[in-house]
Design a protein around this ligand. Structure first.
Ligand code: HEC
Length: 195
């Protein structure tokens, strides 16, 4: 178990692959040495957040500070970098189509992009729960056709002035009074339970 765990932490791709295999094991037999799905979600959350933070600080902010490039929503047609939120959504698109079928998404009760609003009662419940208890992820098992998933929702806070500056002034934002450290939305992670 110790060796397996250290392997899991080795690389991102190994993490995705190995952990999902173990979820398969653990959902059937909890004592088979599998990692509980909640733990897998926590691990994925750490990786997703780290990638986003690194990209935001060392690519977007650095390039902007040096006057080399700016980030903008229309990065595909303009000569600009994707926004960190778009970077996350684009990598999520690749992940969900991978064998691991793991999904993740930024969602909010006040989304700039309407596609990022809650799409089900479970998502709505998760957003309300993390709004009230931001330090604890909300989890629920949800079905998508015959497939079951652990849905884990983690509060997404306004960690910097840039978050609130952009969201409060954005023309498509339904809310303009975010303050530093407010919960702006959440990262939702879907861990498949019956791969
Ligand atoms: C330069 C502008 C900008 C900055 C800075 C920014 N965002 Fe966003 N954010 C956006 C845009 C635009 C979207 C919608 C992207 C899309 O089309 O999915 C978005 C999406 C989101 C969403 C999904 C819900 C929604 O509004 O569509 C969350 C949650 C979010 N951002 C949180 C944050 C946090 C937390 C920070 C700071 C760490 C941050 N944002 C920084 C522009 C910004």
């Amino acid at each position: 178990m110790m060796i397996r765990k250290s392997l899991v932490l080795g690389t991102v791709s190994l993490l995705l692959f190995t952990s999902v295999v173990y979820v398969g094991v653990s959902s059937g037999a909890k004592d088979a040495g599998g990692i509980p799905a909640e733990k897998v979600a926590d691990m994925l959350y750490a990786v997703i957040q780290s990638n986003r933070a690194f990209y935001a600080e060392h690519v977007v902010e650095r390039m902007q500070a040096k006057g080399a490039a700016v980030a903008s929503e229309n990065w595909r047609s303009e000569k600009s970098l994707p926004l960190p939120a778009q970077f996350l959504q684009e990598t999520a698109r690749l992940s969900v189509n991978s064998k691991a079928k793991v999904g993740y998404k930024l969602i909010s009760l006040w989304p700039i992009n309407k596609q990022n609003g809650p799409k089900s009662e479970s998502e709505q419940r998760g957003l309300m729960a993390t709004q009230q208890n931001p330090n604890r992820p909300y989890t629920e098992v949800v079905m998508n056709g015959p497939d079951s998933y652990l849905m884990a929702i983690y509060a997404d806070r306004a960690v910097s002035q840039a978050c609130i500056g952009c969201h409060n002034s954005h023309q498509d934002s339904p809310r303009h009074d975010f303050k530093q450290n407010d919960v702006m939305g959440a990262i939702m992670i879907m861990v498949p339970l019956n791969l």
